[in-house]
Ligand binder design. Structure first.
Ligand SMILES: [Zn+2]
Length: 183
């Protein structure tokens, strides 16, 4: 696991640079398609949303420094009340209110995915499988429409590093594979 952490840390700056251009392109014409059965990651929304074509209202905009403003995830247009799905197999690490919004965090070994604003459906500690419903989309993140803010991160506190979650779907230079989820 330590090797994987080092691997991710060393690549972080290069990945961030690559992803900033990738995310900008996706805002106009998403090249990333949902994964098929048998792979380990998927979009966190499904059904009609996928069939209509994913719409990214705001791409990943990594801050230059950790204290700078930016956008530490991507905003996916959707509808309030839509089911929100686990992007990959893991375990629920957080499910509850954070300031003024509902947040769900799924642990996938050393990486985590986050989802907001979401009314959680599962308690902390629940194992989840690929595409399993973890909650219901709420209003409040995007001003113009309902949207899901989907994040990908590693580390904790000042050591937290954010990535474009589209990496999970094969957009970018590498594909992150989950390690065995913590019990
Ligand atoms: Zn957002």
């Amino acid at each position: 696991m330590r090797i994987l952490i080092t691997f991710i840390t060393v690549l972080a700056s290069a990945i961030t640079a690559a992803l900033s251009s990738c995310g900008a392109a996706l805002a106009a014409d998403p090249p990333c398609k949902p994964t098929k059965n048998g792979t380990v990651w998927t979009w966190p929304l499904s059904g009609a949303w996928i069939r209509a074509g994913p719409t990214i209202l705001r791409p990943f905009e990594p801050p230059r420094h950790r204290w700078d403003p930016g956008h530490r995830g991507i905003d996916l247009a959707s509808y309030a009340g839509d089911p929100v799905l686990a992007a990959g197999p893991g375990v629920v690490l957080y499910a509850g209110r954070l300031v003024d919004r509902g947040v769900v965090v799924i642990g996938h070994g050393v990486i985590r995915t986050s989802y907001e604003p979401v009314e959680a459906a599962l308690p902390v500690g629940t194992p989840v499988s690929l595409g399993e419903r973890i909650g219901t989309l709420d209003l409040g993140h995007c001003a113009s429409a309902a949207c899901l803010h989907w994040g990908l991160l590693t580390g904790h506190g000042h050591g937290t590093t954010y990535f474009d979650p589209l990496l999970l779907l094969g957009c970018g230079l590498i594909r992150l594979e989950p390690v065995k989820a913590a019990p």
